[in-house]
Design a protein around this ligand. Structure first.
Ligand SMILES: Cc1cc2nc3c(=O)[nH]c(=O)nc-3n(C[C@H](O)[C@H](O)[C@H](O)COP(=O)(O)OP(=O)(O)OC[C@H]3O[C@@H](n4cnc5c(N)ncnc54)[C@H](O)[C@@H]3O)c2cc1C
Ligand code: SF4
Length: 327
């Protein structure tokens, strides 16, 4: 690991002003960033430790939503009674991620910004446009079992690894950002993440020096919420495919639906195509299959990951059937 300097500000304004220094970076739980520094993939010369900023609270909003502070750790968010009862899809997604120890350290802001798990990204001997722009993509034509089937580009086929962000996408969360001038802006999570295009090293619309201060959850949508994660082993493993679904039915017909996939794209993937194929249709398997076909209509496999397309269809059908049964 390269040498770096360190400071621990006590308020958010000082933190955003400190990060304007060249080579500076925020560190929160450190569960992703420290690994990347040890592997010489990220090499900040100055770390601003934001883990003790007073941003851990989960607060009620007047409209019935919740505001989750960026420093709230994953285990606290998952265990919060209001999250468990009003946003169970978020609690389920969080609990399905990482391990208990990691969830006790991993922050809400850090989880949103965790980097891909593409093995070539971690292998500094391999070409990787995300790590080293212009060096090529070793996963295309390489071992690409965990890679994207939707929204990929010729420059990068990586997936976003967060479970939490998939649930937040189905919940239409907004990310709250603070810049060095003290301005606060909010970005809807579907607009927060970028597709790889020609610039896979740019993963979000976060501007240099901006700090994530919180996540706003709008009032819960009607219907049953469910998160289903399919992975190579039952725990402590990233998703091959995951689905966050919210389904509301009236007299056997689907009145409202939200669908987001994890593990299939460079960003949590909201499937408006699947939602359009569900709303106004009977809550039955034929409808779920149509929605699954619509969701994967533009999917393209890279060889080893071809199985993900059918896996995503089946995972969606099973999740919808279970959600609709009890909605
Ligand atoms: C073995 C292992 C298994 C895992 N399994 C899963 C899994 O199954 N599912 C899953 O979703 N995740 C999984 N994770 C990832 C884990 O959830 C992330 O490492 C964690 O959420 C990152 O949070 P952190 O606070 O530690 O971030 P850090 O590592 O401290 O930071 C990550 C990045 O975010 C930036 N950052 C942090 N906070 C802010 C902020 N408030 N504003 C601006 N920038 C910020 C940092 O500068 C850094 O670039 C796993 C991790 C490990 C090590
Ligand atoms: S898929 Fe993206 S992260 Fe993986 S090697 Fe290609 S450019 Fe790098």
């Amino acid at each position: 690991m390269r040498p770096f300097t360190y400071e621990r500000p006590t308020d958010a304004r000082t933190a955003v002003s400190a990060v304007s220094r060249s080579g500076a970076k925020f560190i929160s739980g450190g569960t992703n960033l420290l690994d990347l520094m040890k592997l010489d993939i990220e090499h900040p010369s100055h770390l601003i430790d934001i883990s003790r900023l007073p941003m851990r609270d989960i607060e009620e909003l007047p409209d019935g939503g919740l505001r989750i502070g960026a420093q709230a750790v994953n285990s606290d968010v998952a265990a919060d009674d209001r999250v468990r009862t009003r946003y169970p899809v978020l609690s389920q997604a969080l609990v399905s991620g990482a391990s208990g120890q990691l969830r006790n350290k991993a922050s809400t802001g850090g989880n949103l910004l965790q980097r891909t798990r593409c093995p070539y990204f971690y292998d500094t001997a391999a070409g990787c446009n995300k790590r080293d722009p212009g060096s090529g993509c070793s996963a295309i034509g390489g071992f690409n079992r965990i890679h994207a089937v939707l929204g990929a580009s010729d420059a990068c086929i990586a997936t976003h690894p967060s479970d939490m962000a998939v649930a937040m996408t189905a919940l239409e969360a907004e990310i709250e950002l603070l810049d060095a001038e003290g301005s606060v802006r909010r970005v809807v999570i579907t607009d927060f993440y970028r597709l790889p295009g020609d610039t896979p090293h740019l993963e979000t619309v976060l501007r240099p020096g901006e700090l994530i201060t919180g996540v706003i959850l709008p009032p819960p949508p009607p219907g049953r919420q469910l998160y289903r994660k399919v992975r190579d082993r039952a725990s402590y493993e990233f998703a091959l495919v995951s689905v966050a679904a919210v389904v509301s039915t009236e007299r056997g017909m689907i009145s409202e639906a939200r669908v987001a996939f994890g593990g299939v794209a460079h960003k949590p993937w909201r499937s408006f195509e699947a939602e359009a194929a569900l709303i106004g249709r009977p809550a039955e398997m034929a409808t779920y299959r149509d929605a699954a076909r619509a969701a994967m209509r533009d999917a393209v496999g890279q060889g080893h990951n071809d199985f993900k397309i059918e896996l995503a269809r089946r995972t969606l059908c099973r999740t919808l059937a279970q959600a609709a049964r009890s909605s």
